[in-house]
Design a protein. Structure first.
Length: 281
């Protein structure tokens, strides 16, 4: 039994390393700071973040580190919320979890992997319908996906990606899921799905508003009443060092400055109202 548990823990840490390596390529300017040669000596917190934060995270990290006077280093690792939650459950070395929905954080809180009193909402992520620039169709809305010019529709895997769950709900409520299933190509995360559309591998996709780089994609909002709200929750991983830094990062995220950054990247306040600034102890 101990051997089996050890193998699972090793595989989880190895997977986390691979994801971190991939994220490091995209976030090189955060990890390699030639003007700060002693960055590697700073205390470090690792943030497992839903991939709808792909565009916003560099600015969030830069602003937080500046607020902390350059005395802490944040290393973000991006992926689908379900996959990151599984890594945390298996012991991956994260300090903070930024999920694209509540359930993954709550389950980890119930199991003791996330500190229960740290769980809170930090944003709501709008779902949008995006089209590759090369596609010219007259129709709009989800019905446009039935056009023969749309041969592939990108969607994050609904088994572990909250935006994929919401996209499937929207198509089901619009009565289009059965008809469009043969066209759907699944990405492992919402960032993967967005990349399918940006690269032209898919003519359209249901993706996060925060991943629409204007003007590389044409997009329109998906009616919010077609799917459950994509309210995003955070939590601090239990039994980790650098608790003060992890708490400070979470407080920054829901502060006025953190919320302003998130709004610039298309996020809405959680629950449709502005989140209050968290009071420090």
């Amino acid at each position: 039994m101990n051997t089996e548990r050890g193998v699972r823990a090793y595989l989880s840490w190895f997977l986390a390393f691979l994801v971190l390596l991939a994220s490091g390529i995209a976030f090189g300017r955060l990890f390699f700071r030639f003007d700060q040669p002693h960055t590697a000596d700073l205390p470090e917190i690792r943030v497992a973040a839903a991939s709808d934060l792909y565009a916003a995270m560099p600015e969030l990290v830069e602003a937080f580190e500046a607020e902390q006077g350059g005395q802490v280093r944040v290393v973000p690792v991006l992926g689908s919320s379900g996959q990151l939650a599984r890594q945390i459950e298996q012991g991956a070395p994260y300090h903070v979890f930024l999920s694209a929905n509540r359930d993954y954080v709550r389950r980890l809180s119930d199991s003791g992997a996330i500190m229960p009193d740290s769980v809170r909402p930090y944003a709501r992520g709008p779902l949008v319908l995006a089209f590759a620039q090369s596609i010219e169709i007259a129709a709009s809305g989800l019905d446009a996906l039935t056009d023969p010019a749309i041969r592939s529709i990108a969607l994050a895997n609904p088994d572990h990606a909250p935006y994929g769950m919401a996209g499937r709900q929207a198509l089901q409520h619009a009565g289009l899921w059965d008809e469009l299933q043969p066209k759907i190509v699944f990405g492992q995360s919402i960032q993967n799905a967005a990349q399918f559309v940006r690269s032209g591998q898919a003519e359209a996709g249901l993706i996060a508003r925060s991943l629409v780089p204007d003007p590389s994609l044409r997009w329109e909002p998906v009616p919010a009443d077609l799917h459950d709200p994509i309210d995003q929750y955070l939590g601090i991983v239990a039994d980790r060092e650098r608790l003060d830094s992890a708490q400070a990062f979470c407080e920054f995220l829901v502060s006025e400055q953190g919320q302003a950054i998130l709004r610039r990247f298309g996020f809405e306040p959680a629950g449709g109202t502005l989140l209050p600034e968290v009071e420090s102890d």
